[in-house]
Design a binder for this molecule. Structure first.
Ligand SMILES: [Zn+2]
Length: 188
């Protein structure tokens, strides 16, 4: 069965994206259409604004409520969240403070998840070079899905990284969401 979100990549379940060199916390990532699972005691970071993950066999709705803490970030597909540079540094501090392994996910595990990994890997000091290319090489070639997301990474990191790879999706026909964003809403 093929999901609407499925593309060329072979991502399945969750991938270890990197280990924070400071805290040694493991950062796992993926998408619920790829069957990502969050284990008890892990810190979930949902980029879907809902605390669900896992793949429903119908292919439409997420299946599992995460059995743990969840930080939810409202983030429209193919676009960027309403988070500043300071918000991302606060998120890194929160991750290091909680000392739990982290599981970051969106729907397909590429655009929103890839963008967040590019930002976190750079702030946490995993890479000092082009973190967009870094995340594509170390996580998935389809990570970071739009020009808007490249621009957002450069805005947050105050960098001028270029995307050497084509975007997997043409977003010229996609509509963004006009909703006000409730971001970094922490639930237990
Ligand atoms: Zn992938």
């Amino acid at each position: 069965m093929k999901s609407l979100f499925e593309k060329k990549c072979k991502c399945k379940g969750r991938k270890l994206a990197f280990i924070d060199p400071v805290s040694k916390i493991k950062i796992f990532a993926g998408g619920w259409t790829k069957g990502i699972i969050v284990n008890k005691g892990e810190l979930a970071i949902s980029l879907l604004n809902e605390p669900y993950c896992g793949f429903n066999v119908a292919g439409i709705t997420p299946k599992y409520m995460v059995p743990t803490d969840c930080i939810m970030i409202d983030w429209p597909d193919y676009y960027e969240p309403n988070l500043t540079k300071l918000d991302w540094h606060n998120l890194v501090n929160e991750i290091r403070h909680q000392k739990k392994n982290v599981v970051i996910y969106c729907a397909g595990g590429h655009g929103r998840t890839g963008t967040s990994l590019a930002i976190l890997a750079y702030i946490m000091g995993v890479t000092k070079s082009n973190s967009i290319e870094w995340v594509r090489k170390n996580y998935c070639l389809e990570a970071v899905e739009s020009r808007a997301q490249v621009d957002y990474i450069n805005y947050v990191l105050e960098t001028e990284f270029e995307s050497k790879t084509d975007f997997s999706i043409d977003i010229s026909t996609q509509q963004g969401s006009d909703e006000d964003f409730n971001f970094l809403r922490q639930i237990n």
